[in-house]
Design a protein around this ligand. Structure first.
Ligand code: NI
Length: 256
């Protein structure tokens, strides 16, 4: 059994064949999918998918790209969604200084306030961080004490991973670990303790090497898991069991 801990199957690129995509995931041994909200509209779609499909759980949150659009009432909506039994985390939230689609002070404010919501509602968080490690780490270190969370599509160094692991967080690895040139991510995939590692697709993005250039989908989390299992000299079953247990523990999903 595998869990795709981060996917966006609410994306309109899945509108034509979402049922087939979910069937292919099941056939590949991907029993659960955590669908991630990235703005208010996709958070609403995420909750709707979790209500419709028993194998889908939802998260809700505002991505740093769209932080500039965050309204006061949106925070209240996130709090309301967080009490939904199939909403398992606040996210994806964080900082993205690569694209800088929202002003950095706004990204920081919206990130902080959503971490507050995680605390207030007792939910873990899902962080997106790109080229913003110093500020992300400082915000997490200073304000997220006692919270649980995962750093998704981790692309940092072993040293950065070590800092987050030391604070008790999880690291999630996505399709780029299968790219021949991703030496740093392969090193991180070997380094993270087996009880802190998650796997994900970030579908429809970050397609693994074997299907690169095409739409990604949750079934392909198996390719991520196979790559990491090979790097760690484990069987796929061992890697799948550990990462699924970790996802269930973090997101408080009853074991399936
Ligand atoms: Ni994502």
């Amino acid at each position: 059994m595998l869990i795709d801990s981060h996917a966006h199957i609410d994306d309109d690129r899945f509108d034509a064949d979402r049922d087939e995509v979910l069937a292919r995931a099941s056939a590949a041994g991907v029993d659960l999918i955590v669908n991630i909200g990235a703005d208010m509209a996709s958070s609403a779609r995420s909750v709707a998918l979790a209500e419709r499909y028993p194998q889908v759980y939802a998260t809700v949150g505002m991505h740093p790209h769209d932080a500039k659009d965050m309204q006061e009432q949106d925070y209240q909506q996130l709090v309301r969604w967080a009490s939904h039994p199939r909403v398992v985390a606040i996210g994806e939230i964080g900082l993205d200084y690569h694209y800088d689609l929202s002003p950095r002070p706004v990204q920081q404010e919206v990130f902080l306030r959503q971490l507050d919501i995680a605390r207030q509602t007792g939910k873990p968080f899902v962080v997106h961080e790109r080229e913003a490690h110093a500020d992300t780490f400082e915000i997490i270190r200073s304000t997220a004490k006692g919270l649980e969370g995962v750093f998704h599509c981790f692309s940092g160094s072993v040293e950065t991973a070590r800092q987050y692991l030391k604070l008790g967080y999880y690291i999630s690895i996505a399709g780029p670990v299968t790219f021949p040139k991703s030496a740093k991510t392969k090193e991180v995939a070997r380094y993270v303790p087996l009880d802190r590692l998650l796997v994900e697709t970030d579908s429809p993005y970050l397609t693994p090497q074997a299907y690169r250039g095409r739409r990604n989908e949750p079934a392909h989390v198996r390719l991520v898991a196979e790559e990491i299992a090979a790097l760690r000299e484990l069987s796929l079953a061992e890697l799948a069991r550990a990462t699924s247990e970790n996802a269930c523990r973090l997101f408080r999903i009853p074991a399936v």
